[in-house]
Each structure stands twice: as structure tokens, then as C-alpha cells.
Design a binder for this molecule. Sequence first.
Ligand code: SF4
Length: 385
Amino acid sequence: MKAVLQDKTYEELAALVAQAGEKPFRAKQLAEGLTQGKRISEIPVPAALRAALLEQFEDEPVRIERVFTAKDGTKKFLFALADGNLIEGVLMKYKYGNTQCVSTQVGCRMGCKFCASTLGGLVRNLSAGEILGQILAVNRAEGGVKDRRAVTNLVLMGSGEPFDNYDQVVRFLRNVTDSRGMGISARNISLSTCGLVPQMRAFAQEGIPLNLTVSLHAVTDRERARTMPVARAYSIREILDACAFYFEKTGRRYIFEYSLIAGENCDPAHAEALAELLRGRPCHVNLIRLNEVRERSLRATGEREAQAFLKALTARGISATLRRSMGSDIGGACGQLRASYVNGEEEPPMSQGSRKRTESCCGKRSRAPKGETANEESGEEEAQR
Ligand code: SF4
């Protein structure tokens, strides 16, 4: 597979232009065209430069294969990569703008028991340009233009563990926040991790102050290890320390995702223990009724129990919200759309959870706490992925 042109920083594009003997303004032209989701053949640069670039680079790393639209306007995309691999993403529409959920890997090796993305393991990492390509493709398809983007907010909560693909994800974040490209503010970006502590600490020092979200889903290491194998590598205490370090370095509050799983993690004693763990910390908790994965036996808790859990947390002074589902009629947990295509099924899967209009997903997508991103302005909850 050729290298991906959208991997390049602005400076690297400028160097390519210079190498080809072209004037510097061609770099700006090239960057603007790529930011609009154009292929090289659609950008008015000299034929020699076009030919030189096409010889070395793939210029359409991500193509929209199928789109499924929910009644509430949420869209689920199946994307094809240049090597034929498939990934998926979601665009959620709010009053303040549109939030796209993007994938960072094909599959995932983290093995969380509530997640469909990991069922086939990790296939490969996405390059920075393949992550960016998902946004460029959707922005173009939705009619986004230079001064009015159709994609205004991002969540790195699709398939894959972003910090398991650290270098490419950081490169992507630098490119997507560059004002000479998409120029999306880091404050409008959320990244969700299952808790890879060394990478959390490294990321705190990258100077990219986005909304850091951690999938917690349990109050003890032993219970967490039942659904999240990563708990055997990093304890909750180490995760909390890494979050505190993130706050110290960036001044940004952090977010915990907590999927409510029937019989696992959501009785009153769990609420009390969670409040105890988080008391006094500059954080917010997003509660999610588990989005059931048909291949797994874990089940969502009921609405009444979920409300009681929320009340127990807030009564103890913990900032928390219970998300409602969007796009549930095109539901299915994260990774199931891709899985159904890989298995030769045609329609988007309807998980048991989505048929019953349960909450979203495997617990990686987040809504930032008040005052942190544009997401909070609507007061709406996040969508299925
Ligand atoms: S929840 Fe995230 S980290 Fe866990 S298996 Fe799914 S994609 Fe991977």
C-alpha cells in the first residue's frame, strides 16, 4: 500500500512541493484542496506536481461505502480503506454543530467484554491520514466548505484504542487542529482510552488540551478485570494518578465513562464506592446503559436502576449525567456494522439494546462536563456508535 498523502503535516507538504521544484504557494493550494476532501486530480496544481505526488501517495485513503440515517438525523458510516479494510463512524447532529466519532484502528486488541470492535482482534493501526480521511470524507459529503465545516466536533471513540496507536493519533491531532487545515479546536475534541497509563502520562505533555475520557466501568480492579483485560496491567489507582497528572499539566477536567451492566457494577454499594473513589477530583462521570453486543452475554441495566445510580452519585457530590441514546434505530454496538459486512450480512445490525432503545455503546464515547466543550451547550446526550 502506498503512503497516504493526508498523513503529511503542512510543512511536509511544503517540502514535497519544494522538492518538485514548484513555488511555495502550491503547498497552500494543496493543503486547502486536501482539507476540502479533494483528490489530487481535483486540485488545480501543475500536472508535473500531480504526477509526482500520485506516484508516491494514495490520495483517497478513506471512501464512504454505505450510509445509514436514523430518524433523529444521526448517520452511521461504513468506510472502505485503500487496502479494502472496513471501518465505521457516526455523525451526530446537535443544535450547536455536528460531532463525528472516528476510528483509530481496524479492530482492537484490548478485549473489552462489552465491545464488538474487539471480536476479531486488532487487524492494523490506521495512519494519521486514514483517521483524518474519515472526517474529510464526511465533511465533504455533508456539504462542508472552508469557512463552514459540516463537522465541528470530534470524538475518538470509534473502533480501536487511540493510545495503542499513539504516534499516528498524535500526528492526526496535530494535523486536524492546524489552522491551515481543518482547524478544529482541541477543546472540541474528546479522546477516550481504556486506561493505558504510560500513554496517558505521555499525552499530558504533548500540549494538546483535549477532553480526556477514561472507560472505568468498575470500582475495584478485580471487578474491572472481569470485563476489561487491561485492568490486569494498570490499576484504578494508577489511572486516577494519571488523570490527576493530566489535570496538572493541562488544567482540563477529565471524564469517566461508566457503562451500567446488569448484575455487574450498578447496585447501591457500587454507586457509593464510585463516589468515594472520585470524591474531590476535578472530573465528570458519564453513565451509559450498556449497548448490548449480540455476541456477548452482558446485559444493560433497567432505566429505573440507572436513574437510581445517577441519583446516588449526584447526592454524594459527584458531577454525573445519564446519557440518552441517539440514532438507536440504526443502532448496534460499535464494531457491529463492520462485523456484519465482513460476515456478508447486508443491513446494519440491530442489537438487542437498540431494539429496546437502550443507551449507547461500549462506553468510550463521552460528553464533556459543563464548561469544557461545545458539546455541553445543547444539554443533549451522545449517540449510539
Ligand atoms: S471498548 Fe475500546 S478499548 Fe475496549 S475493546 Fe472496544 S474499542 Fe477496544
